[in-house]
Design a binder for this molecule. Structure first.
Ligand SMILES: NC(=O)c1ccc[n+]([C@@H]2O[C@H](COP(=O)([O-])OP(=O)(O)OC[C@H]3O[C@@H](n4cnc5c(N)ncnc54)[C@H](O)[C@@H]3O)[C@@H](O)[C@H]2O)c1
Length: 295
């Protein structure tokens, strides 16, 4: 998609971070923007900020883990505007739990997979058929992560992001096979300075993971360290938004914010597959296990 002016963007997770930055960029390019998020108050603030652009802004409170909520979002978008050209399935949560594959609770899996994976699936189900039949150029940008292409531990976050990556590759092929004017792109961010680590603010279930005080303290300490790391080392979300629209204009599929980091991490996975030996363990995991053994 080369021209954005006068077209319509729908962005989930638009009240914060990468989604908010994409909304600013889209409005700056002259697009009408449907802002969608579960956080109603912040959504209102972002909508007010965007009022200075000479475009139409429609905030819609949505829970992307609910299929009916995402279909209501699509109804609102297609009622307010003739067509949707740019859909960013971007809302996401980091998850709260720490633990081994066999320890994470069902509530945690359902929450993280619900927002990160089903949210993307529902977005495609609700919007793509109408985007195709409208007959205009369009793009679906799904947000995965560096964690969606690499190998590593078994957290629901990592699993959800792998699902998004593979699904979006498939969506790209399906759209080509259907000879559609709509295409797909996969956003894989590395570290970005956002609020993602604080996503328990949107967790619907009781915090079962944090009832054990020792575990709660460990989770809190890790979260704070990760938050500091992202604020210090992460690139600003506005840089990601610039990249997204540049890559879309060039019709590129993989939008990699940290190409060297992401390719190195992907190569480690490929190396394991080539060697017929599942996973060459990253050094930090080995060090962590050793430290636990010794303490
Ligand atoms: N920040 C990073 O380092 C990083 C790296 C890789 C991928 N990502 C991905 O980027 C995307 C955007 O995250 P961010 O970093 O901007 O974090 P963020 O927390 O700043 O923004 C995420 C937004 O999603 C919204 N959200 C959460 N649950 C929702 C739900 N059920 N329905 C609708 N909206 C919901 C939040 O309210 C928030 O506004 C996520 O998919 C995240 O996994 C982020």
């Amino acid at each position: 998609m080369k021209d954005f002016k006068g077209k319509t963007a729908v962005i989930t997770g638009a009240a914060s971070g990468i989604g908010e930055a994409m909304a600013h960029k889209a409005a700056g390019l002259g697009m009408n923007v449907v802002l969608s998020d579960i956080e109603a108050a912040k959504l209102k603030t972002v909508a007010a900020e965007l009022a200075s652009f000479d475009v139409e802004i429609l905030p819609v409170v949505t829970d992307t883990s609910s299929q009916s909520s995402v279909f209501e979002l699509a109804d609102a978008a297609f009622s307010a505007f003739d067509h949707v050209h740019f859909l960013a399935n971007n809302a996401g949560v980091s998850g709260v739990a720490l633990g081994h594959a066999w320890e994470i609770t069902d509530e945690e899996w359902q929450w993280v997979m619900g927002v990160n994976w089903y949210g993307v699936l529902y977005g495609v189900q609700a919007f793509v058929p109408k985007m195709i039949t409208g007959g205009e150029d369009g793009v679906v940008v799904n947000t995965s992560s560096i964690m969606g292409l690499n190998t590593g531990r078994s957290s629901p976050y990592n699993v959800s992001k792998h699902a998004v990556a593979r699904f979006t590759e498939g969506l790209y092929y399906d759209l080509k096979v259907a000879d559609s004017k709509v295409t797909a792109a996969l956003l894989c961010p590395g570290p970005i300075a956002t609020e993602i680590v604080k996503s328990e603010r949107n967790r619907p279930e009781a915090e079962t993971e944090t009832r054990d005080p020792a575990k709660a303290a460990e989770i809190k300490a890790r979260r704070e360290a990760m938050y500091e790391y992202l604020q210090k080392e992460g690139i600003p979300p506005s840089d990601v938004a610039e990249m997204v629209f540049d890559y879309v204009a060039r019709d590129e599929f993989y939008i990699l914010t940290h190409p060297d980091l992401i390719r190195a991490s992907f190569r480690r996975r490929a190396k394991g597959i080539d060697a017929g030996n599942p996973l060459p363990l990253p050094g930090d995991y080995v060090a962590e296990a050793k430290e636990k053994r010794e303490n």
